[in-house]
Write a protein that binds this ligand. Sequence first.
Ligand SMILES: *Cc1c(COP(=O)(O)O)cnc(C)c1O
Length: 346
Amino acid sequence: MIDLRSDTVTLPTPSMYAAMAEARLGDDMRERDPTVVELEMLAARLTGMEDGLYVASGTMGNLVSVLAHTGRGGELLCDPDAHIARSEIGGFAQVAGLFHRYYKAARGCPDIASLKPMLKEKITAGSLATGIVCIETSHNHAGGTVIPLSVLEELRDLTKEQHIPLHIDGARVFNAAVALGVPVSEIAKYTDSITFCVSKGLSAPVGSLVCGSAEFIQRARLFRRMLGGAMRQAGVIAAAGIVALNEMVPQLVEDNRRAKAIAEGVSRVDSRFVDPNMTETNIVMIDVGHTGVSPAGWIKAMGERNVDLRSYGATRLRLVVHRHIDDIAVEQVVAAFADFNAKLAC
Ligand SMILES: *Cc1c(COP(=O)(O)O)cnc(C)c1O
């Protein structure tokens, strides 16, 4: 089965297993685990931040970041399709106690004109102050889109002027960075904090990193402990995270390239399925609305052709490319689309 449901299905590499077996261990909560510390330092270096914090998941990374920045006060601004709003069970509201407002975004890219009047440095008679602005790149629900550096720069200037923290949910920021052809630090330099996953395309089995100033990470570390996220001999899994960062970034170039190849191949079958220009990283959104067959019908038909994918909304399919998808699989996916599409025409 060609599994395109998500890049979270990636398995650890042989060199990750080797590193896990040899990892030096300690108690992550007490005197710290040396391998976790090494991963945190590496993450800080790659993002150009002062310090890093290893957390169980991207969801926990976003939550401790929001808590550390706001101290449970003020408004959270994000876009309506943000992962933090749609897929994190309202943690920022339920746990961090933050009221949220949505700014407009086009395919995951914040609309500055919409965001600007929403920023409030200070509490007023009628509204809370802005506690934090959250952005996302690459943008999951928008289909792996990347925020241009010029927009990040504008956002940085705007939020800095009013002393409002800016947080990047960068679960797949390495996919975004390779798409832009820059190191991750070129993205992270515009923000106060960033979360990214070493699971997903980077293929580590568990975990995410939060990076920011030393003082911010100190607070985030306390909130991680409050949430039950301080770990013990976590070096076992952190060792795989180190390999992920040292060895797996070039893989993401291949993942992005193959996603584009799938989009191009499927658009050659029928250009109404997808505009390949919309595939910026490793996620391909395919619209099957014009075929008269529902996404569920397509999923069944693709399953019969050994391709496993998911629906997205009423008319779309979502394909996520990762290291277990090779060039032959790309051809097979395109052939499966062509085959079922031809059946429909009869
Ligand atoms: C996957 C993802 C997360 C959450 O990561 P988990 O490790 O699954 O909790 C957060 N933000 C975005 C944009 C994601 O794609």
